[in-house]
Design a protein around this ligand. Structure first.
Ligand code: MN
Length: 191
């Protein structure tokens, strides 16, 4: 069974004015879609054909890994956002963040710093690592799923994620993501 491009979990204009429908049309419709198309071409006739996406991410290398991980990371990223999201977390994650980072403000500072200091393309993450909350960053297509960590939250810091709306102001994109977009219900559901 081929890997398919999932629908966005919100309307294409739902994240405006922070992430525009124009950004999403390229980011989901072109970039994410291209990773799906490339992955299906690369796995055709290999033992990876018919495996589920997470299995492919955990066991593949190089070209197949890069495309599979990008398909996985993008699908995960869309679910990390919602209209009217962001701000202080609710649910179980709120207490866990206070316990791990001291306060929500400290978490925000560290999460934004991870995204701002990822050199070039990549991702900032909140993960569970051996049961503990950690902030990490990965380069290019790399993903915590390939390193035995459980992803809870991610933000895409490739330029294609923010350049049409924020140009080179990656820190402003990160602030908008944290203040207005994070879907804490999804983060809680990953715990
Ligand atoms: Mn992207």
């Amino acid at each position: 069974m081929a890997i398919t491009l999932p629908e966005l979990p919100f309307a294409s204009n739902a994240l405006e004015p922070y992430i525009s429908a124009n950004t999403l049309s390229f980011h989901h419709g072109k970039h994410h879609n291209a990773y799906v198309t490339n992955l299906n071409k690369l796995i055709e006739g290999t033992p990876f054909a018919g495996q589920d996406l997470e299995e492919i991410v955990k066991t593949s290398k190089e070209g197949i890994f890069n495309n599979a991980a990008q398909v996985y990371n993008h699908t995960f990223y869309w679910h990390c956002m919602k209209k009217g999201g962001g701000g202080k977390p609710t649910g179980k994650i709120a207490a866990k963040i206070d316990e791990a980072f001291g306060s929500f403000d400290k978490f925000v500072e560290e999460f934004k710093a991870a995204g701002a200091t990822q050199f070039g393309s990549g991702w900032a993450w909140l993960v569970l690592d051996q049961g503990k909350l950690k902030i990490t960053k990965t380069a290019n297509a790399d993903t915590p799923l390939a390193h035995g960590q459980k992803p809870l939250l991610t933000v895409d810091v490739w330029e294609h994620a923010y350049y049409l709306d924020f140009q080179n102001r990656r820190p402003d994109y990160l602030t908008a993501f944290v203040d207005h977009l994070i879907n804490w219900d999804f983060v809680n559901s990953n715990l």
